[in-house]
Design a protein around this ligand. Structure first.
Ligand code: SF4
Length: 362
């Protein structure tokens, strides 16, 4: 059994996962011993990411409390995989994505990109990391500059990074064509002249213009009609293979996640409660929260309907989360130990980790 939350553990980490404290500093500093740049080296390692947001209240706004939006999150993303992050609203999945993209500064935590510590002395500079990592957001309209044509939008990134205007525009035209928008028809249009699906294709083309290695897709297909959503998902799958991309896919839609993901990470109240291969997690979920999430997904096949109880109640206040297991107020299997002790994220089966005391009962 591997224990991912045990901060005192010194042993090697399992592939694709990590302890909050990280793979261990000795391996990070001994760069020669890492398979740096090789296929076994994870593309992204996230270590003990934390972000608390202050909430002011009381007389003269003196009382300061903190929302624990992301609280000690650690995981790896392997090269070429799609790792999905799922959970209810407010679980911290989008904040995790924004912290990784450095759209906001974490209070604590470490990022390692293909063996290079991001922003560390001697490591990868933030500017280079940002070029390697691009994000596509849910709101396709707000993501685009209303005063720029689609060609200008896609060409902007390469120009900022030193390409000539002619080269950047040629690259933009090729990318628009690749995402299914004929440049002669759509290149000179503005965002308001496109549909939501077309705008999201432009956003994908703009992200690809930086030639990234990692794409973070934050609810990127959530606002699209089902038929358009399917087209964009197929496009993402093609682009991933064609350009050797790695995806971090944030979604609340478990059907879409099942279709796209290789592995799934489940978050609850700012923490990881389960992570594992998509097949194992969907057919044999370990954590009571994951079971409840999956049982809430409607199935068209009566044979696949389960007896699992649906998720009851709302998540507790993230300012003052319950002691021990944060899920215990809603868990039908909670027992006294759940209030007294934080469950550790441990390996239940090959590459499948869960943070629940029931995993470790004798
Ligand atoms: Fe439920 Fe306890 Fe497991 Fe938490 S640790 S999920 S409360 S059984």
């Amino acid at each position: 059994m591997n224990d991912l939350n045990n901060l005192d553990r010194d042993g090697p980490l399992p592939s694709g996962t990590a302890s909050p404290r990280g793979i261990d500093d000795s391996r990070l500093s001994a760069r020669g011993s890492l398979d740096r740049g090789g296929p076994a080296q994870p593309l992204l390692m996230v270590r003990n990411l934390r972000k608390y947001f202050p909430v002011r209240g009381g007389l003269f706004a003196r009382n300061s409390q903190q929302v624990r939006a992301v609280d000690g999150v650690s995981f790896n993303v392997a090269k070429g995989e799609t790792l999905a992050i799922v959970g209810e609203s407010g679980c911290g999945k989008s904040t995790t994505a924004r912290l990784i993209a450095r759209l906001m500064a974490p209070d604590e935590g470490e990022l390692v990109f293909d063996g290079d510590g991001v922003g560390q002395f001697g490591g990868m500079a933030l500017k280079e990391f940002r070029r390697n990592l691009q994000m596509v957001f849910q709101d396709s309209y707000a993501s685009l500059n209303p005063r720029m044509t689609m060609l200008e939008t896609v060409a902007y990134g390469p120009q900022v990074h030193g390409a000539s205007k002619a080269d950047a525009l040629a690259r933009a035209a090729a990318l628009l064509a690749r995402v299914g928008l004929a440049p002669e028809q759509f290149g000179n249009r503005y965002p308001h002249e496109l549909s939501g699906g077309q705008r999201q294709r432009v956003n994908i083309a703009r992200a690809l213009a930086f030639e990234p290695r990692l794409l973070i897709l934050d609810e990127a297909v959530a606002a699209l009609d089902k038929s358009v959503q399917a087209q964009v998902l197929n496009l993402l799958q093609e682009l991933k293979t064609e350009r050797h991309l790695t995806y971090l896919f944030i979604s609340h839609d478990l059907h879409v996640v099942h279709y796209l993901a290789d592995r799934v990470m489940v978050m609850y109240l700012g923490q990881v409660v389960e992570i594992g291969p998509v097949g194992a997690l969907y057919t044999a979920p370990r954590h009571p929260y994951t079971k409840a999430l999956l049982s809430a997904v409607p199935s068209m096949d009566p044979a696949k309907r389960t007896e699992r109880s649906p998720l009851a109640g709302d998540p507790p206040n993230p300012i003052n989360p319950p002691s021990g297991c944060r899920f215990r107020d809603r868990c039908p299997l909670a027992h006294p130990r759940c209030a007294a002790e934080v469950p550790l994220l441990r390996e239940a089966s090959d590459g499948h980790f869960s943070a629940c005391h029931l995993e470790h009962l004798p």
